[in-house]
Design a protein around this ligand. Sequence first.
Ligand SMILES: Nc1ncnc2c1ncn2[C@@H]1O[C@H](COP(=O)(O)OP(=O)(O)O)[C@@H](O)[C@H]1O
Ligand SMILES: [Mg+2]
Length: 477
Amino acid sequence: MSPAPEDRPAEAPERPANVAATNPAVAPVSDRKPGGVPAAASSAGSAAAPPGPPSSAGEFLDSILQTKSELFRGSREVLRDSYVPSRLPHRENQIRAVAEVLAPALHGDLPSNLLIYGKIGTGKTAVVAQVRQDIQRRADTADRLTFVTVNCGTIDTAYSLLQTVGNTFAKSEPDRIPTGWSLDRVQAAMRRLMDARGGTILLVLDEIDRLVARSGDNVLYTLSQINTELEIARMVLVGISNDLKFTNHLDARVRSRLNEEKILFPPYDAIQLQDILRDRAREAFKDGVVDPGVVERCAAYAALENGDARRALALLRLAAEMAERDKAKRITPDHVVKAKNRLEQDVIVECCRTLPPHCKVLLYAILQSYERRRNGVLTGEVYDSYKRLAERLGLQPLHARSISNYVSELESLGLIRATIVSRGRGGRTREIIVDVPLSETMPALEEDPLIAPVGRPKPRGQMLLTNFDNPGRTGPY
Ligand SMILES: Nc1ncnc2c1ncn2[C@@H]1O[C@H](COP(=O)(O)OP(=O)(O)O)[C@@H](O)[C@H]1O
Ligand SMILES: [Mg+2]
């Protein structure tokens, strides 16, 4: 295990089959099958033609996906983030280290809490998913051991984290924790649900740093001392952070609890990225369709971007899409160059898609105001339009303070710029400028079911064209 500096982030959750599939924070177990194709995509490579002409946009897109590809062997999901490959080259030490920390759970003992940290795309989520699968495969532990993985990146508040965690244990609708209770009541209900399950609960909080930046570390304090209040079950926290300095911002008590064990994931270098890509390319593409230099170029670009394997894979996937668009029979290094330009836009769209609900509403409010004015908008104004939109969507608006944290988050994601301006006597506020093309980001948000009800009316056929033009947008990467 690597000695750890002062940092770490958090990750995403998994859920038992009884949890509603609509919560984007909780990844269904079936979507994270190592070496397997995500369930949702498993039909993509099937040769069976749909009966009759497609009657809806969805069916039409499915029929496109099912058309035999010249390049892909089967499902293109193999190149997406949700796919966990059976082998994770250059992560052997980290896999062993995570397994060592969690192994006591196999004997019914309580493992230490664990913090996993490293930059984005260094394989943290994939390694934890793989170790989880390996542990769960020891079938005799299934009754005593429950993994819950929550992606805190899509969670707005402490309330929704506790609610999400609690509800993964709900066996039926009446057991579920609704919105609108006091935080104490949610905590008590979550504990009751955990005790009803019993055994050891391994709670994986992916992208934990993002939740703490948004809503502080109180909720981690609550979770880290929950064993003193649980009567039957016992819980272990596995935090995953993309922010290396994450623990610096934590209260000392929370820090020492979470830091019982720490594992660092270093960035990949170009050669390691090549190995990762070659494995994946072999699985994804037909023999001989990837020209020499393609993998090397994807790896070189991604190595410059902090050794991010996600970037490398996205480049390879987009290069293949560029080749398909050109009706080419092979993927060439030129397609990688085109893919790189395209990726910069797609990253923005993807980033918008994965924001938590209130942050999406806020961003949409900012974009709308900015579109009207084509000029800087003040935070007060933005808050008012956010509130109006939230109310129209039936959401309880968050306080100005949380929204101000979100403004900072959107700024750190590079979507907006906020500068402090003086307004008359001593009054200071922030003026927000949108830093991304409205023509890309507004439709991306409007395609989101959350925003759609308040979005601009769609010209006929637009959705179909957008998705057809950019299949990458219809799924995670
Ligand atoms: N060592 C590896 N071998 C194969 N694929 C990898 C490896 N590391 C990362 N990946 C892939 O790269 C993408 C990003 O990895 P992920 O685990 O999500 O990174 P992180 O959680 O650190 O941001 C995923 O698609 C993952 O499957
Ligand atoms: Mg991750």
